[in-house]
Design a protein around this ligand. Structure first.
Ligand SMILES: Nc1ncnc2c1ncn2[C@@H]1O[C@H](COP(=O)(O)OP(=O)(O)O)[C@@H](O)[C@H]1O
Ligand SMILES: [Mg+2]
Length: 314
């Protein structure tokens, strides 16, 4: 394939896309680019504007201003073309509870106008992929929350979309089912462009190639998880867990390192340059037993706190 014939590498391009509800600014001027094959996460607390963004991109809600293209198709000028290349597993899972998994998939497949044999083949692959094949003939009503979510994702995949939207795929699941679902979402990586919204930090951290952190309708920062964390921590935080740290010893440490915080079980020293051996040499003769020391890594929670002044609690 010649250079000029290479497919466009951009899957989603948002330009100043905004949505207001009355006077309320739900989404404010997003300019985000998602590359083909990327798993991109919109991370933010409840009410940040994630679902509203996804709904606009899926042509379910008209932008108040700005626009976006999906695989080169403008969501406002060519919504039908957009619909042909996307699918969504919505925040509120929409399954027919009285039908079994096969029937739910068939229904969707047929509504996409796919041939019966194609639907059958794809359904089987997807049920296999989502570990539902052995339960496929049971009514969905009896499924656990995690199974319903997996089926919802399978349903969004029946049309074999180039771009898949997963809106809070693990909302309301217990931690174990969440982790299980992540493994299944992981399997989609690389093959499809996936935009996933979540308010779970570890979810974005473990799954996403790139993350945009949203708050109050705006993107506060974007990048890879590594870039986001590195971006806020030029300075190192050394955590020292130790017994026998008296007020005097802490005061002495402060003479060397001005920023010493007393935390449960030890101290945290923030500095551009922390000499671990010097610290231990200082502590040992003063009767302090050092249990462990480690460089604290910044978390996405630290990133959120840094940019918004608040914590994103799960
Ligand atoms: N149909 C609507 N009418 C009025 N306000 C809405 C509507 N949908 C969402 N909102 C408001 O827009 C903001 C963003 O909501 P939403 O996109 O659902 O956030 P998220 O998905 O990040 O939790 C919230 O303040 C919400 O109350
Ligand atoms: Mg939402």
């Amino acid at each position: 394939m010649s250079e000029t014939m290479m497919p466009h590498p951009i899957a989603i391009q948002m330009t100043g896309i905004s949505k207001t509800f009355g006077k309320h600014l739900a989404v404010v001027g997003l300019d985000l680019t998602v590359q083909q094959g990327e798993l991109f996460s919109l991370l933010g607390p409840n009410g940040a504007g994630k679902t509203t963004t996804i709904k606009m991109l899926c042509c379910l809600l008209r932008p108040s201003s700005g626009t976006a293209t999906i695989m080169g198709n403008d969501i406002q000028k060519a919504p039908l073309a957009v619909k042909q290349v996307i699918d969504i597993s919505p925040q509120e899972t929409a399954l027919s509870e009285h039908l079994n998994a096969w029937e739910n998939l068939s229904l969707i497949g047929r509504s996409h106008g796919l041939a019966k044999s194609t639907v059958r083949k794809r359904s089987e692959e997807l049920l296999q992929m989502m570990s539902l094949l052995d339960r496929a003939k049971e009514r969905v009503r009896r499924f656990s929350g995690g199974m319903k979510r997996r089926l919802s994702i399978a349903m969004a995949l029946v049309s074999d979309p180039q771009v898949l939207f997963l809106d809070e795929p693990t909302l309301g699941l217990d931690p174990q089912s969440r982790a299980g679902l992540w493994e299944h979402i992981e399997r989609l990586k690389g093959g499809k462009t996936v935009m996933l919204t979540t308010h779970y930090l570890e979810e974005a951290d473990s799954l996403a190639d790139r993350i945009a952190i949203m708050d109050e309708g705006r993107v506060v920062v974007q990048g890879t998880s590594r870039e986001l964390k590195d971006g806020i921590s030029e300075r190192k935080v050394m955590r020292i867990e130790a017994d026998g740290l008296s007020a005097d010893v802490v005061e002495g440490l402060r003479q060397i390192y001005p920023e010493v915080a007393v935390v449960e079980g030890g101290v945290e020293i923030t500095s551009d340059d922390v000499d671990l051996y010097a610290i231990q040499d200082y502590l040992r003769p003063r009767g302090v037993t050092v249990r462990s020391t480690y460089l604290k890594q910044a978390t996405l929670d630290d990133v959120f706190l840094h940019y918004t002044g608040r914590e994103l609690r799960e």
